[in-house]
Design a protein around this ligand. Structure first.
Ligand code: UDP
Length: 239
């Protein structure tokens, strides 16, 4: 097609909860297929796609810890949950004939490749979707931080964070009808106003390395492609 993308390489962050669709937990295969289709459209116009998927649909360390489990063990379970989600997404991508590779920050011989930045860049450059799983490999971090870290490492042009709402608002738009959407925010505004966009570690990383971030609604079909074609969807966070 004649569409010229604005970005050469993006890092897309999907929460684990996004994979649940209308279910209460786990993975909804219909959601995976729709995501695969949207990601395939990007690959089709020559955009390189790195993907980080959360694990909140299965396990979260903080929740397990609140229920009495050792926090580090809970975080290990959370990271393993992200590997399961990444395997399911790889499967959906490959069924749509989109080449994909799962890398993990925790070694899992025979199941995933181990994370290797140079190898990731080679596969991205070849037009494969690279799924970065197991977060950062460390407890007490989130997959938001992992997404920003990997984006900086592989020199992506932008982090695209998929959410259930149209961007960052002055208040929770699900609860407050007066809430207004920001089109643009600075890193410092997000930090100062403690806007619950992403965890602050992730925002600090992006600020320190000048990595732009766009928060958008993944439930809106075509939004991802619109962003990549340079349209203003959601909220842009930059300097
Ligand atoms: N996690 C971790 N280190 C990381 C990334 C994730 O320990 O670098 C664990 C943590 O317990 C987290 C869980 O994995 O709660 C799932 O990730 P996250 O909560 O970020 O998933 P999401 O909210 O995006 O579904």
């Amino acid at each position: 097609s004649g569409q010229k993308p604005r970005y050469k390489r993006i890092l897309l962050k999907l929460s684990g909860e996004a994979l649940m669709g209308t279910e209460d937990s786990g993975i909804d295969p219909k959601v995976l297929d729709r995501m695969a289709l949207e990601i395939g459209q990007l690959i089709g116009i020559g955009v390189q796609v790195g993907l980080v998927i959360g694990g909140g649909n299965l396990f979260r360390g903080a929740a397990l810890s609140a229920a009495g489990m050792d926090r580090v063990t809970g975080d290990h379970m959370g990271m393993l949950a992200t590997v399961m989600n990444a395997l399911a997404m790889r499967d959906a991508l490959e069924r749509s004939n989109i080449p994909a590779l799962v890398m993990s920050a925790i070694s899992m011989v025979g199941v995933t490749d181990h994370y290797d930045r140079r190898k990731a860049v080679r596969h991205l450059s070849a037009g494969e979707v690279v799924l970065f799983s197991a977060g950062t490999g460390n407890p007490f971090f989130t997959t938001d931080s992992a997404a920003c870290l990997r984006a900086i490492e592989v020199q992506a042009d932008i982090v695209l964070k998929a959410t259930k709402v149209d961007g960052v608002y002055t208040a929770d738009p699900m609860k407050n009808a007066q809430a207004e959407k920001y089109d643009r925010l600075s890193y410092d505004q997000v930090l100062a106003e403690k806007l619950g966009v992403m965890d602050l570690t992730a925002i600090c990383l992006c600020r320190d390395h000048n990595m732009p971030l766009r928060v958008f609604n993944m439930n809106k079909p075509g939004a991802l492609l619109n962003i990549v074609l340079g349209e203003s969807e959601g909220t842009l966070i930059e300097e």
